[in-house]
Design a protein around this ligand. Sequence first.
Ligand code: SF4
Length: 231
Amino acid sequence: MSDAIIEEDDTLAKLTLDVLRDRFAAEDSSGERAPGTHVSDLIFPRKAWLGKHTPAVKLSDDECIYFIAGRAHHEIIEALIAEGKMREVKLEWNDIHGTVDAVRETPVEIKTSRSGTDHDASEVPGHYILQLGMYCAMFVPEAKESIGTILILFLKVKKKSIFGGRQRQKPKLRSYTIRFQDLDHIRQVMLARKAMLEGDVAPPKDLCEPWLCGSCRFWHNECEGRDDAWA
Ligand code: SF4
């Protein structure tokens, strides 16, 4: 409307983030989570270790927003692919707990990505593959090999517009079948990382990925400039 006066005012956005931040923290400490190590902790163990040892550090705004986006899409897609039957299947192996998003004969993991491009099979992020591999390793604990599926909702893939060639961003849903050929190796990685999480020293930074640091609440006080910091 031409007579509307618009002013920037972040009050409501900040209030919303504060409420959500407190809610996520309360969920974390509610005791609903099974005691022990969780697969999600094993993917970036330094971050998980710092979260456990410095619980007063709250989620950053970015982390909070990523959580919201991930959750909303997750619920919808899970319902679609699992038809309410084999959804959120709990797994346990060697006191490591995991909840795989769905099972359709083999584990299915669902991700939401803000990456600007959709990925061909060789570009599926390594931490997605590792997490699915851990679920496959737990799903049939004596199996040497297994297959799993990743379903990724890309929120904004760049597309050329048919009207004049300008790039536009569109969502896209893609799935990938992953064949794991050495599940015992994945089990060794799981046990090694579990031991790190239970130790007194923070796991090394190189088990995180540099892109993760930009939005991480631990960057300034725990990681930036430390001896084990990124070069
Ligand atoms: S700041 Fe980076 S290295 Fe440190 S915990 Fe966070 S993601 Fe890991």
